[in-house]
Design a protein. Structure first.
Length: 348
């Protein structure tokens, strides 16, 4: 069924297809009996899938990665599709439009996407209010959807002042997000990946932990890393996880590599810059996951992302040391049943 719908959606530009499909789903879920039908169709609830990771209870370990619901606009609908958690953002202090369109591209032969969105979002104040309203509606649920806040800096903010943007987003979203992910690894904001330098990263994470530890109930703080880091950089990350007492890592963001793609080279050159996600990312993200897991000696929780399309892909991540998994590009190619299908396979 979804293969037919996908053919229709793939006739539209990728970004437009995203909003058309999600707004249709939102309209359907606004009607209680239709939402119930959707939940019955796509949710796979089983107590054996529940997990407690960094002190949070997840109804299942399959989440949706940051960048899909940047503005916390579709949480109700994504919960109806059976996800155990959703990471919103990347959220910046001020609203920004992101990079010029077209900025999202499909590579169907590779089951991949290239994006250079550039942290387009409504800004922390609007998103904070939206999350507050949603949380109030969800308060009575026994096992509510876990929502992570992925935070970043505005494009105009100089790297030396980046820590201020992260502090502001963390402080403003503290009461409405369940955990936080520091994003310094997107390739689509000029200079952002320079923040993965050990000294700059230490400054950002230390400042956040100073705020966090001053709270009566600190929130889990995670770092999202690029899959393109060399071993010495990964070793720096490992050292910092202990030094600043991080709760977890997200492995990994999109890659700037264009190796081993089936898509014609001229098409890749036409698309040009952007982060690559999907099937081609799986091996590289698996390698980083395995290395980090071994170096940290299983002392830190890891959310694995990159090339997850089915239950076996998820099992591979868990076998390499992941505590939770996130999909994104797999959702685009596999459709709304992806969380349910992965959960069913994990149950086996």
């Amino acid at each position: 069924m979804y293969s037919i719908l996908r053919q229709i959606l793939f006739c539209l530009p990728p970004e437009k297809a995203h909003y058309v499909s999600m707004n249709l789903l939102k309209s359907g879920c606004s009607i209680s009996f239709i939402k119930k039908i959707i939940e019955n169709q796509f949710c796979f609830n089983n107590s054996s899938l529940e997990k407690n990771v960094f002190g949070l209870n997840f109804k299942n370990p399959v989440g949706l990665g940051a960048g899909f619901d940047k503005n916390a606009f579709y949480l109700n609908e994504l919960e109806a599709l059976g996800f155990g958690f959703v990471e919103i953002g990347t959220v910046t202090p001020k609203a920004q439009d992101g990079n010029p369109q077209q900025r999202l591209f499909r590579l169907p032969k590779d089951k991949a996407l290239i994006n250079r969105m550039g942290f387009n979002n409504d800004g922390v104040d609007v998103i904070k209010q939206r999350l507050y309203n949603w949380k109030n509606k969800e308060a009575k649920k026994d096992c509510p959807l876990i929502v992570g806040g992925n935070i970043g800096k505005n494009k105009a903010t100089e790297n030396n002042d980046a820590w201020k943007d992260y502090n502001l987003c963390f402080t403003e979203l503290f009461d409405v997000a369940d955990y936080f992910v520091v994003n310094v690894s997107s390739p689509n904001t000029p200079g952002l990946r320079e923040l993965q330098d050990k000294e700059m990263l230490r400054k950002i994470l230390s400042e956040l932990q100073n705020i966090n530890q001053g709270k009566s109930s600190p929130k889990p703080l995670l770092l999202k890393i690029a899959p393109d880091l060399i071993l010495s950089q990964l070793d720096d990350i490992v050292a910092l996880t202990t030094e600043v007492a991080l709760d977890g890592l997200v492995i990994a963001n999109t890659t700037i590599s264009r190796e081993n793609l089936i898509t014609d080279k001229t098409e890749i050159e036409r698309i040009a810059n952007g982060g690559l996600s999907g099937k081609p990312l799986k091996q590289k993200s698996d390698e980083v996951l395995q290395y980090i897991h071994q170096q940290t000696k299983n002392n830190i929780s890891i959310i694995a992302s990159g090339g997850i399309f089915n239950g076996q892909d998820a099992k591979d991540k868990f076998n390499l040391g992941a505590s939770l998994v996130q999909v994104w590009t797999g959702f685009i190619y596999e459709g709304p049943a992806i969380a349910m299908n992965i959960c069913k396979e994990l149950k086996k």
